[in-house]
Design a protein. Sequence first.
Length: 488
Amino acid sequence: MKTLTLNELKEICKLYSIKGYSKYKKNELAKFVAENLDIPQREVENLVNSYWEDRLLSKIKDAEDYFLNDKVLIDYFDDDIVKAQVGDYDVKIVNLGTKDFTYYCDEKCNDYQYQVKSGRYPFCKHYPAVIAELLYGGHLDITEIEPNYISGKVLESLMSMVDARRKLEGTLPFEGRSIQEKLENLKSDFIKISKQNAKIAREKYHDKPERVFENMVDDAFQLLEFETIPRHREHGWDMIVIGTYATPPYIIVVECKTAANGIYDHIIKSPEYLVHLKNYCIELCKEKLIGVYKDYVKYMVMVGPDFPEEIVEYCPRFQQMSNMKLSFLPASTLLYWVEKYRENPIITHSLAENLFKKGIIRKKDIDELFNKAEKHLQSIINHAKGSLRNSMEEICQHHTDATYIKLDEITLRKIIKGIITTLQPHLLKKGLNEATGVETISIKHDYYKLWEAVLQALAHEFANILKEHSLSQVKPSDLKKELTKSLI
């Protein structure tokens, strides 16, 4: 029991209805729990081991940023010693896979100083990053050497991370985006995690509620087809969300906050926190970008379980400080948006941008957004149909008879170009290949539902045009003219 943290011990007390635990400090509480936990010794051991395993799994997750972003460098490797650099940290592993195993991390690593040395963890997040790099580079074969403290589910998690890197670099095929799995997790756990449900966070996601919430917010924005950049440092913004498809694109700096009581109101209690948010947006984001990218940074969004209505009073103050819009997105609203979008994916990044100019974004704002999207889609369809009809009518005046509407390659290109112009920039982006000077078209494939509606409408309109001419055209065909000359 002494190996467990204070929060883990409290969680056991709640789980097994042990009363009177709140007055004890950690070591006293460990003894109190051991004396009052009325389950068999074997179950006690399994319980403690499960917490230990979850703790190790959380370190694997923490290592992902270093490993997946190629921030691990193996300086030296042989049977006895491994020396590596993980980001700015120096790591040394001695006698890997043996009983004489020793692990050293940089003195500036807080995890190593306060958690590993105290015995709470056998390693910090830099150790699995090195092991993953050894596996990825072919320096380590787990069938011959099993890394110390990494086995079972922990090893499976580490190997999944290695496979993810191989997929990113094209040496393993992608299996898809796990859309349904992420959506189901959001539906079942997102609101609970936002209210700091440590039990679900630990047992299902093997991490702290705050970190799980960040990951789930990231998943939510990706399910809305935004691109995201997760945080790469301990302090600063939690993620960057990019409205890539908008013209011009825009960047949202996101801060994720959980609250056990379901209401995040820290800004009201400590308005100086706005200065931190401004620094996240300006010093840690905007000022790190170059050229036109600086202008893309427009919005700051706080995501939490919910927010008090009076918090919107701080939005003008933040805009004055940073020249950026601040808005608040409750977890329930974000989930509602994701669920509606996955059922009917018709929201474009350009339309969604207006949401981030509001104070607190509510479900009614999402409903209004979908209403606007329906009208916007109909407008795109009308313009595309209009372009097709105008082009066809112009052609049919001179190149139609009782059997054919006659098109050549030049005319066909003109029709297609006219339609493409009506779809730019909503469903595609036109450009120019600098090397060849050839015009390019980049199709926004995430807008497949909009494309489906537009193409079906164009097909129907084209069929109607054919039908109209079938019913009205009497001009004889070239074949009839030739035969008539011979027969009359």
